[in-house]
Design a binder for this molecule. Structure first.
Ligand code: COA
Length: 323
């Protein structure tokens, strides 16, 4: 599989840690030292479809292809503005990819990675030629802005990649899920009208709609599962950690990234970070970083990279890719 082009987009409004300190009891020192996040971009009414379409148009321009040559759009998100029509179909209309089959995929923060692996399987089978995979999230719509333990962590944005078949460039993936432990990270439900008119059910609405997280359990899960699945994919690809040029990891917390580097005995120079600018943008975090690294010249043809992500579900995965 070969990356033909990438694009990303984040909303214009930037919310700093100091801004958040005016609405909840927090401060820049706490947020920076516990997470590495300094600011995040927050949508002012733009939907996941709009963010995703802007990222997709940049990827199409970068790939220099006609939107009509896109055969499949896989949209990874757990924050669709509507479930019908699906976000991928809404994006199809906005970008004019009228020959594409379109569907959404929800694997929370692992969504883009699962989308990449789905794309690879289709390309290997010969079913499609050009596939657009997008991660797009409006996390701000599912955040409880009075809960300091979660509202400081997330941001909105979208990233996209266009993939095509290439027998010369290997793609190897591992992934997994654990529904039994899913309760440590929940939210993003649809508010039913009946709930809203019955005050007895207000707590149910809040519990299902807003993100709720057992931060320490998620942290423990991430620092053990990410190195484990990276080791698995390296073994499957017949590579060692030193063979890899860059590790493009889900951008949730800089302490998780440092812990992964230590456990794998790899230099943090090989693990680019941009979460200080965006916070955790869930399914969008890996493609936004991928796009930035391609555009600033860090990633070059011939390099070997590892992607790895984890998230609600629980879900996780790692992919080895020759670019
Ligand atoms: N500002 C100031 N204080 C805060 C705070 C905030 N934004 N959020 C929580 N605190 C307080 C807590 O109330 C607690 O106070 P107490 O000791 O008086 O009870 C204290 O800080 C420590 O809270 P704790 O939850 O133990 O902090 P932590 O060191 O575990 O860090 C996270 C919290 C969320 C940063 C960390 O657990 C984490 O990153 N987990 C992984 C989250 C993640 O990546 N989720 C996305 C998955 S895709």
């Amino acid at each position: 599989m070969h990356i033909l082009g990438t694009g990303s987009y984040t909303p214009k409004r930037v919310v700093t840690n100091d801004d958040l300190a005016t609405i909840v009891d927090t401060n820049d020192e706490w947020i920076s030292s516990r997470t590495g996040i300094k600011e995040r971009h927050i949508s002012e009414g733009e939907t996941s479809a709009e963010l995703g379409a802007r990222a997709a148009l940049k990827a199409i321009e970068d790939a220099a292809i006609d939107p009509l040559d896109i055969d499949l759009i896989i949209l990874a998100s757990f924050t669709p503005d509507l479930t019908l029509p699906n976000v991928a179909c809404q994006i199809q209309e906005k970008i004019g990819a009228f020959n594409a089959t379109c569907y959404d995929l929800n694997a929370a923060c692992s969504g883009f990675l699962f989308g990449l692996s789905s794309a690879n399987a289709y390309l290997v089978s010969g079913m499609y030629r050009n596939i657009l995979v997008i991660g797009s999230e409006t996390m701000s719509r599912t955040i409880d802005w009075s809960d300091r333990s979660t509202c400081v962590l997330f941001g909105d944005g979208a990233g996209a990649a266009i993939l095509t078949a290439d027998n010369e460039k290997a793609y190897v993936a591992v992934s997994g899920s654990d529904g039994v432990k899913g309760k440590v990270l929940t939210g993003g439900g649809t508010i039913l009208k009946n709930f809203l008119i019955n005050s007895d059910t207000a707590n149910i609405v809040a519990d299902t709609f807003y993100i709720k997280m057992d931060g320490q359990e998620v942290f423990k899960f991430a620092v053990s599962k990410v190195p484990e699945c990276i080791n698995q994919v390296l073994e499957k690809a017949g590579k060692t950690p030193d063979d890899i040029d860059y590790y493009i990891l889900h951008q949730a917390n800089v302490r998780i990234i440092s812990s992964v580097a230590k456990r794998l005995h790899i230099s943090e120079d090989k693990i680019p970070v941009n979460l200080h600018k965006y916070g955790n943008t869930s399914a969008a975090s890996i493609p936004i970083l991928l796009d930035e690294l391609r555009r600033d010249g860090t990633l070059k043809s011939g390099q070997k990279i590892i992607f790895s992500g984890f998230g609600g579900g629980l879900t996780w995965g790692a992919s080895y890719m020759e670019i």
